[in-house]
Every structure is written in C-alpha cells, then in structure tokens.
Design a protein around this ligand. Structure first.
Ligand SMILES: Cc1ncc(C[n+]2csc(CCOP(=O)(O)OP(=O)(O)O)c2C)c(N)n1
Ligand SMILES: [Mg+2]
Length: 414
C-alpha cells in the first residue's frame, strides 16, 4: 500500500481544496484534540476501585519502590566507576513504571536514555538494561526478543522509529502499538515534529509520552518553548493531546492505557504530556546547583510519586506495614544482585565497538577497526601487563576469549 492508497484520515474532503470563501471551517474540529484544562489525576480524588484496579495500584507501587531503589543503586555504581553514566529518573518513576505496564506483550517500547526503569519494568534484565550506559555494548538486550528498542541517546530519534514500526505493523495487520518516550527538550527537535506528522497522517498506532521534567540539562522549559503546554503541540498535527499529573502513577497508567487502546482500535496516535520533575541532576556528570536552588526542588519533593501512592494505598487499607516491608526487602535484594553482577569485570573486546553498526561494515569502519587493532597490538607489545587483551590474543592467534564473548552474546540474542 502506498501513502496515496491509504484511507484518508478524519478529513475525507482533504483531497478537494475549496476556495477560502465565507463559511471556511478548519479541516477538522480542533476542540476534541485540545488537552484537558488541568492535569488528569486519580490519587486523592476518591476514585472507586474494583478488584483489578486495586491489584494494579499495588503493582504500580511495587514498581515504583523497585524503581527508586534501582536509580539509587545505579547512581552509586557511577561513583564506584562501574557505570560510565546514569541519567536518574528519581521523581519520575510513575511515568516509567506506568509506561511499561500500559503495554501488552506484543507491543513495543521506544525509550530514551532516561528510561532504564521503564525498560526494566517491561521485563529486561536489570544488568542488560545498563549495558549501553556502562559503555560495553550498544544494547545489552535483543530488542526484538523483548520488544524494547535500544535506549536512545540522540534526542527524539526514537520517535520516527516508533512511528515507522507502528505503521509497518498496521500495514501487515499485526496487533502492535508502539509507545515512544521523550523529554520536554526532545519536543523541540525536528524528529519530534516529523514523527507526529507522519503518525497523524498515517494514523499509526503509536503513543507519544512526553515526560516534562522541567529541564533539558540546564535549560528550563520556559527557555526552550513558548507553547501553552507540550500537550498543545499535538493539536497542530491533528493529534489529540492529553495532560496528566506525571507523579500520579495510576493516572499516568490510565491515560496511557486509554491512548494505547485508542491506537489499537485504529484511532491513531495520541500525545501525552506528563508533568513531573527531574529531582536529581541531569546525570552524575552534572551539577544542578549551578542552575537551580533547593527552593525550586522542594515543592516537588512534597509531591513525590512513591510517597503519594503509598499514602493513598495505606489510607485505603490496601497496603500493610508488613507488605510495604516485604516490597522494600525485595527491592533491596534486586539492588544487591545488580551491585554484585555489575561489580564483575565483563570480558570485552574493543573491536566490538564496530559490530552491529551496519549489517555490512562500511569501508570507513573497516579502516578504523584495523587502525584500532594495530594500536592495541602495539600497546600490548610495549606493555607485557596488557599482553592478555583480546587484541593481543587475536594478534597472536589466541582469541578464544573474544570468540567466547561474541558467542555468548549471540546466544543471548538468539
Ligand atoms: C540530537 C541531540 N542533541 C543534543 C543532545 C545533547 N543532550 C543530551 S540530553 C539533552 C537534554 C534533553 O532534555 P529532555 O529532552 O528534556 O530530556 P531529559 O534529559 O530531561 O530527560 C541534550 C540537549 C543529544 N543527546 N542529542
Ligand atoms: Mg527534560
């Protein structure tokens, strides 16, 4: 099917432009696309819960507690030199966990570099989720096996990928929805606009989750956009925009769930803006005190996603001290396991840097790989302590170790 052959969207008359005489109307009514006037919330509203939702809220809580512990552990690993960089999502756990839980098994998640928690909540091994940030491999998991795209460092590039995958699935008749995560800063990237436009025109089954955490590194939201809200950006493309309290996990889950169901039913994309806050610095390499004060952060500490959900669950008698302790203990065990496994030295071959970049390596990459191989071999020859490196082993024909590593990776990917 070509683009021209596709069923037209809401505006069936779009193919026949008419002169702009009196009686002009917008091609589609923008009113239903406009975001809610206030962010959608569930916590503190007295919402009635059936048994299934009670279970869901408890599951969300468990995910948030694990997520917070994971963030703390990963940040500690950067200080110990075990992880190159970690963009913490502390304060944003509700968005992370709700995004993962809103998807069905066959759906796809397209995370940004800040979304390790969503990746883990979707079922990826906690260590494999950190492989990119550790600098070992481009991705530590097989994206196809877990239906999670690699964590994307180039801002917003994951969005057109998500649209392409969702559109392709729709053309094939597969029941797949893609959920793509992006930051407030990412909404000023060209890729964001192109993705929304294509998604709308193609009615692709994709949901965009913008985590508005107030900052793009040191740049506050007001300095990078004049939009009334980020959810309003959707309207210009003919996409519904929705606004949600990003620290209210059940609310985020509900809004995303509705958007996923809408996409699955053929209704096309939705843009969800979740209002949240980056409580910690951009990454461990950033000093946030240079551009914001403790007073700026304080109100958000009082609107903490874990504390909010915990208080509500306890009020509703859906969480006992014993259950809370058991969840905390489980999280502690997860952190200990993460610590233990991250504290072992992986067997790495620097030449793997060039693997999996292109299906067929380009001439440039082959040249660079040869250059690196030469340098490593020369280093190893100069320094006997470094003699037992993969490059040295390869140079001397003893490269079983690197082969083992490659084979392990291939087996994991299989
Ligand atoms: C295309 C591109 N341009 C610039 C950068 C450098 N950069 C990394 S993170 C970042 C800020 C992004 O902010 P936001 O989208 O709000 O996400 P957050 O870090 O707050 O989750 C920038 C500019 C990049 N990674 N990719
Ligand atoms: Mg941001």
């Amino acid at each position: 099917m070509t683009v021209l052959e596709q069923t037209p969207g809401r505006d069936e008359s779009g193919a026949r432009p008419t002169p702009p005489t009196a009686g002009w109307r917008p091609r589609t009514d923008p009113a239903p696309l406009l975001p809610d006037e206030t962010p959608f919330r569930l916590l503190g509203t007295g919402a009635r819960l059936d048994k299934r939702r009670k279970e869901l809220w408890r599951e969300l809580y468990r995910g948030l507690v694990h997520g917070r512990r994971y963030n703390r552990q990963a940040t500690a690993l950067t200080r110990q030199g075990r992880l190159a960089v970690y963009p913490s999502s502390t304060g944003q756990e509700a968005c992370e966990v709700a995004a993962a839980l809103a998807l069905a098994e066959q759906d796809w998640l397209f995370p940004s570099y800040r979304d390790t928690l969503a990746v883990v909540a979707r079922g990826v091994d906690p260590v494999e989720a950190l492989t990119l940030l550790r600098g070992d491999w481009h991705t530590g998991y097989d994206p196809r096996a877990v239906r999670v795209a690699p964590l994307s460092t180039p801002l917003a590039t994951q969005l057109p990928h998500a649209v392409g995958l969702a559109h392709a699935a729709r053309l094939r008749g597969d029941d797949v929805v893609a959920l793509a995560m992006v930051g407030d800063g990412g909404t000023s990237e060209g890729d964001f606009h192109e993705a929304l436009n294509f998604a709308a025109v193609w009615r692709a089954p994709v949901v965009f989750l913008v985590q508005n955490n107030g900052f793009a590194i040191s740049v506050p939201l007001a300095k990078q956009t004049a939009a009334p809200s980020l959810a309003h950006k959707a309207v210009g493309y003919g996409v519904p925009g929705r606004l949600v309290d990003g620290n209210d996990a059940p609310a985020v889950h509900q809004v995303l769930g509705e958007a996923v169901a809408h996409a699955r039913a053929g209704g096309g994309p939705t843009l969800v803006e979740a209002l949240t806050y980056r409580v910690e610095a951009h990454t461990n390499a950033d000093d946030a005190t240079r551009y914001r004060t403790d007073e700026d952060v304080a109100p958000w500490l009082g609107h903490d996603p874990v504390a909010l959900l915990e208080a509500e669950l306890r009020n509703r008698r859906l969480l006992t001290d014993r259950e809370a302790d058991a969840i905390a203990e489980e999280a502690e065990a997860m952190a200990a396991d993460l610590r233990g496994r991250m504290n072992t030295d992986p067997a790495l071959d620097p030449e793997d840097l060039f693997a999996h970049v292109y299906a067929e390596p380009t001439t440039h990459l082959r040249e660079q790989a040869a250059m690196l191989r030469g340098e490593l071999a020369a280093d190893a020859a100069d320094d006997p302590d470094r003699a037992d490196t993969p490059a040295r082993r390869r140079a001397t024909g003893r490269d079983d170790h690197a082969d083992d590593h490659r084979q392990n990776h291939q087996e994991r990917a299989a």
